[in-house]
Design a protein around this ligand. Structure first.
Ligand code: ADP
Length: 543
């Protein structure tokens, strides 16, 4: 028997109309280039989003068209999220840190008809020259005063929307209509697109605050350091208005000092970003001797957060939430918080708990499988590839059947490429990315575990463990590290530091000190580039 309830298709624009009505005093604060901060309320944003939708339709944008963005976090970038999807078009956020060739690949693969660009990134577009898709319209996210000089045919965003009316009776699209497109950074092969729908985005926006109960409070401020081009800033442009929070947009200055100043001045409650960002802010906090005013909650994810960093923030009274997820999952998959029965446990036990990926969000299902695809028990010991399923998970890549076939299993689950264990209590531990595990003598060594432990050594600033081929043992781990000061650690000292947590065969065979580690476009250590840099490297015992 069918239920007898109404069906209203889920729409992204309804989040903003709700926020404008229910939280009209909240909105967006954006850090500007001149050091000032721009403020706008959700009702004002809604009017401008209506103007943008009209302008896009007037330009001839059709439902289903892909519209690119190449921009830092700002209120205008936020408006694009809503104004584009509300007319049934697709907001395609491009990661401006990717190499030129990949940006050009994505513009062509997505067939973007229009590209919205920050003034500071116009030169990047100029550099694409004749490789820019023919006929693409270029709109600069600024007002007439800030329009850059350029040989390109540019339109000013504010001039574009100004003549348009501030109301729009947006159509009610079927909820499966595509709304957003984000490509993974393509560590293997060309970038692959995750094409989100109104339904997946709205459901994800409702799932996230259920998991992160400390982060969302109406009337407080949330800071996405995670870029709007990195998986929809982990959903924050939707969750913040939905939960009545003001967003603080940092622009392009993401160093520890700039972020500290911004958080302190705006009394940001919850701040979201990758571990390298929080390592930078931590250094600034140590310099100043006190955390930014008002900061109470940190969400760290995108790569494993080291226990030592979690501890440093927790000791200051800042609640750390560890999150695991990926582009293909919209992206949030887990909530790395301490279960309520451990609320009174000693800090050390709580930090150990937070160092793992946490528990699944409602709406995401997990299974781990062995090499043959057989499902493994959730016993905390059986290790296999993690597969996921849910309304916010892709069922294939955008226009890429070949790549889709490699990640989806026969039962419709998506293979994450991460190797994990799941406990009987649902505790997910990401052991490693399958391609980063070190295989030694038929046993696996987790690079994440070694890195995490090495980072707790006071003389190591950042580090990465990579596998080096070995004729007898298959592979051996080596530690590549940036020293915290001129007082360099030695391999023997690192071994002594790690000895209590690792078997001797798991310890790295070498320590290589470098000035800096190569990074990916999403701010993580790039093991791919590191392995390339190490081509020709020979283990000490082989020399
Ligand atoms: P990209 O590799 O393109 O940056 P994503 O940003 O989607 O892609 O990254 C997803 C991957 O990042 C996951 O599959 C996982 O390997 C890693 N990851 C994300 N969060 C965590 C975490 N908290 N702990 C360990 N690994 C993580």
């Amino acid at each position: 028997m069918q239920g007898m309830m109404m069906h209203r298709d889920l729409r992204i624009i309804d989040i903003l109309t709700f926020a404008a009505e229910a939280y009209g005093d909240q909105g967006i604060v954006s850090a500007c280039e001149d050091g000032s901060r721009h403020r706008i309320s959700y009702p004002q944003v809604l009017g401008r989003v209506a103007q943008l939708s009209h302008a896009l339709v007037a330009m001839g944008v059709q439902p289903g068209d892909r519209i690119g963005t190449l921009a830092w976090n700002s209120f205008r970038h936020f408006e694009l999220y809503y104004g584009i999807s509300a007319i049934g078009a697709v907001c395609h956020t491009l990661n401006l840190r990717l190499p030129r060739e990949q940006l050009i690949y994505m513009l062509h693969h997505a067939e973007d008809r229009v590209l919205f660009v920050d003034p500071s990134l116009v030169s990047l577009v100029e550099g694409m020259g004749d490789d820019l898709p023919a006929g693409i319209r270029l709109i600069v996210l600024c007002d007439a005063n800030d329009m850059p000089e350029s040989s390109l045919d540019l339109v000013c965003y504010e001039d574009l929307i100004a003549p348009q009316p501030a109301q729009y009776d947006w159509p009610r699209w079927p909820e499966d209509t595509a709304a957003g497109l984000c490509y993974t950074s393509g560590t293997t092969g060309p970038p692959k697109g995750a094409l989100y729908s109104h339904r997946s985005i709205v459901i994800h926006a409702m799932m996230v605050p259920l998991g992160f109960t400390n982060s969302f409070h109406a009337g407080r401020k949330v800071l996405p350091v995670v870029p709007l081009f990195h998986v929809n800033a982990w959903g924050l442009p939707y969750v913040a208005p939905l939960t009545g929070m003001t967003m603080v947009m940092p622009g392009r200055h993401l160093d520890g000092e700039s972020l500290y100043q911004l958080m302190d001045a705006e009394q940001v409650w919850s701040a979201w970003g990758v571990p390298t960002v929080w390592a930078g802010v931590l250094a600034t906090i140590r310099d100043k001797g006190t955390p930014p005013n008002g900061l109470g909650d940190l969400v760290v994810g995108g790569a494993a957060a080291a226990a030592s960093m979690i501890a440093a923030y927790e000791e200051m009274g800042i609640y750390v939430n560890h999150v695991w997820g990926m582009t293909e999952m919209s992206p949030v998959g887990t909530r790395g918080i301490v279960p309520s029965q451990m609320a009174d446990a000693p800090l050390a036990a709580q930090i150990e708990e937070k160092s793992c990926a946490g528990r699944r969000l409602f709406g995401v299902e997990f299974k781990i499988v062995d090499d043959t695809g057989a499902v493994l028990p959730h016993d905390g010991a059986s290790t296999g590839e993690l597969f996921v399923r849910g309304n916010s998970v892709i069922r294939g890549y955008f226009n890429n059947a070949q790549a889709s076939a490699t990640v989806m299993d026969a039962d419709g689950w998506f293979g994450t490429g991460d190797v994990a264990t799941i406990g009987p209590d649902g505790r997910l531990v990401i052991r490693d990315r399958a391609k980063d595990l070190v295989k030694s003598e038929g046993e696996w060594i987790s690079s994440i575990d070694l890195e995490n432990a090495a980072l707790s050594h006071s003389r190591i600033k950042t580090c990465a463990v990579v596998a080096v081929p070995h004729p007898k043992w298959d592979e051996r781990p080596i530690l590549v590290a940036v020293a915290a000061s001129d007082d360099h650690p030695t391999l023997e000292e690192i071994h002594a530091h790690l000895a209590s947590d690792f078997a001797s065969w798991q310890l790295p065979d070498d320590l290589i000190l470098v000035e800096e580690l190569p990074m990916t476009a999403t701010g993580k250590v790039s093991k791919l580039k590191l392995r390339q840099q190490l081509a020709g490297y020979i283990l000490p015992e082989m020399r």
